[in-house]
Design a protein around this ligand. Sequence first.
Ligand code: ATP
Length: 273
Amino acid sequence: STAKLSNIDKKSKVTFQDVAGLKEAKIEMMEILDFLKNPENYTKLGAKIPKGILLVGPPGTGKTLLARAIAGEARVPFFSMSGSEFVEMFVGVGASRVRDLFKQAKEKAPSIVFIDEIDAVGRSRDKINAFQSNDERENTLNQLLAELDGFGTNTGVIVLAATNRADILDKALLRAGRFDRHIYLELPTKEERFEIFNVHLKPIKKEDNVDVALLASLTPGFSGADIANICNEAALIAARKKKKKVDQEDFNQARDRIVGGLERKSKIISAKE
Ligand code: ATP
């Protein structure tokens, strides 16, 4: 996730073409795109356009990518912040950042607000123990709720938020008129991994011996982010060996290196638990 605080990116060049697999999520995102592009089709019938959409899925499955793609497709400004940044802030700063973010988004509507790692601010209050309680987190969450309630459904601002832990979110966030639509992303299947490889192989100069179907079958459990990582790592390995093109061996090595990294990571996690 590369989301930055109150970051405006008018030229999100990401489109749905950059998002491989995720067929169902993309269909739902197309509908949201249509809300942004043709709001009058809905409002003239008296429909309320959804305000808040929660993207739920494991790390690296493309939540940020999808949010950027929708802004890129609609050619609307993209305002983003990451929930985790607020936990360490001084009291008062988080809430005013949220206020500022929504103010800018409303001024530039139609627009997208994206909140990455919303669980960091939106964690259910009873899931926090006394040692973790954090006033700033609470203030930020309250400001976020106030902002969501404070603008009309048809102002052209659509708020997307991402989490990999929807189960720990404060129920207040999920109430009607807030994040009441959920889109689920899952780890890619073999066929989807094949498609994701093809997206990330596009800029890479590779030998004809590179077997994309084989790579897809050798990477069960890998996320889109892991696959992007393999492709780049393979190119780095080939460059280090002064090769003209990246070959299958480089991809195999890159895969092994990333499997090693993932295994170390999961060992650390299980050791902690
Ligand atoms: P996190 O939960 O860690 O924030 P995320 O779900 O937001 O992760 P992204 O940041 O969107 O994941 O994905 C990281 C990168 O992985 C993307 O920029 C892209 O390069 C690649 N990627 C992930 N999913 C896909 C996909 N479905 N198609 C193509 N590339 C993908």
